[in-house]
Design a binder for this molecule. Structure first.
Ligand SMILES: Nc1nc2c(c(=O)[nH]1)N[C@H]1C(S)=C(S)[C@@H](COP(=O)(O)O)O[C@H]1N2
Ligand SMILES: [Mo]
Length: 199
């Protein structure tokens, strides 16, 4: 008997192999955040790259749009057990974003800041993977407020709470500092294939 997958009981087995343990597939990307959806003014928004980098960087949305663009199809896995397959994103790979600076050898961790003090932490090597994007388009349209526009992080290999919406700062640090969910018991890494939901 074929296993059932929540809202997609018809899921063919070649797709089922892409769904981590304990997850079910949804057809639309839910909208989730702490508090309400933010609206950031596109003309005054800036992204800062701070901490253990030389020099620090500061990007307007125009600056981001002028960097080399990468489009990518990713599977997204939320710790609340939904997964969405084949999401389409356009944005800037982290290597392209950081081309104008040098990460100091003492940097080991990053804290990614969203709007209003919301943060999430990542080990440096997870940020530097080539499937991590500073994304500004979702499914062919500019990223909406609901999904974190103008620019959000997309970290497909980890549970979706690592993908900071309304991104305003990427801070490089020597020591780990826990983000919003990590500090209340979510796993510090959050690998969906290892079901690293809570610590
Ligand atoms: N700034 C910010 N980013 C955030 C969050 C948040 O509360 N604030 N929530 C995270 C969580 S828990 C999830 S599941 C995803 C949801 O993204 P979506 O609304 O585009 O589906 O955003 C992540 N990024
Ligand atoms: Mo989430």
């Amino acid at each position: 008997m074929a296993p059932l997958f929540g809202k997609r009981p018809d899921l063919p087995s070649r797709l089922a192999a892409r769904v981590p343990p304990g997850q079910h597939v949804v057809e639309r990307l839910p909208v989730l955040q702490t508090g309400s959806v933010r609206h950031l003014d596109r003309s005054s928004w800036v992204l800062r790259v701070t901490g253990l980098v030389d020099p620090p960087l500061r990007f307007s949305l125009e600056d981001i749009l002028a960097l080399p663009a990468t489009s990518q199809v990713s599977d997204i896995h939320c710790v609340t057990t939904w997964s969405m397959l084949d999401t389409h994103w356009m944005g800037v790979q982290i290597a392209d974003l950081l081309a104008g600076t040098r990460i100091l050898p003492t940097a080991r961790h990053v804290l990614v800041h969203g709007d209003r003090a919301w943060t999430t932490n990542l080990p440096l090597e997870e940020l530097l993977r080539d499937d991590v994007l500073a994304a500004y388009e979702y499914e062919g349209s500019p990223l909406s407020d609901e999904h974190g526009g103008p620019v959000r992080l997309v970290v497909p290999r980890l549970y979706f709470w690592k993908s900071a919406k309304w991104m305003t700062e990427i801070e490089f640090m020597a020591e780990r500092r826990l983000g919003y969910w990590e500090s209340v018991g979510y796993h510090e890494l959050g690998d969906p294939w290892k079901e690293q939901r809570y610590s």
